[in-house]
Design a protein around this ligand. Structure first.
Ligand SMILES: [Zn+2]
Length: 129
């Protein structure tokens, strides 16, 4: 992927960091954040992030636009969600997830840090009512 690819090129003014192999670029706006996450091929949350977060599952809600690639989301009750770009997504906290195929997944998210679930009116966990 060339550095001229706007989906992966550096974002001017962004707070840029690499966490568990995931390239994160975050720009604050108002009380929220625009966040681009580039998950490399082969990335799996439980393999690469769990040792960093020390939680059983990913406790983040993800709301955004999958602009490239494919991801597989797995919940502890056995439910599965798969997304292929282009796709809008909203994923409840409490999941494992991994990149499918051999290209990176580029996810553009909006979050409100600890307040994301309330702001979007999302369930606090994956469940069936
Ligand atoms: Zn379920």
């Amino acid at each position: 992927m060339s550095s001229h690819d706007p989906l992966t090129a550096p974002i001017p003014g962004a707070d840029s960091r690499l966490v568990g192999g995931v390239q994160l670029d975050i720009v604050r706006t108002g009380t929220g954040r625009i966040k681009r996450a580039i998950y490399p091929a082969g990335f799996r949350w439980s393999t690469h992030m769990k040792p960093i977060t020390h939680t059983e599952t990913c406790e983040h809600a993800h709301v955004g636009f999958l602009a490239r690639g494919r991801i597989h989301v797995h919940f502890p009750d056995g439910c599965v969600q798969e997304y292929e770009a282009p796709a809008a997504l909203a994923i409840e906290p409490g999941h494992d997830a991994w990149v499918m195929g051999d290209e990176p997944a580029v996810l553009i998210e909006v979050d409100f840090e600890g307040d994301t679930i309330a702001r979007f009116g999302l369930p606090t966990a994956h469940r069936h009512d």
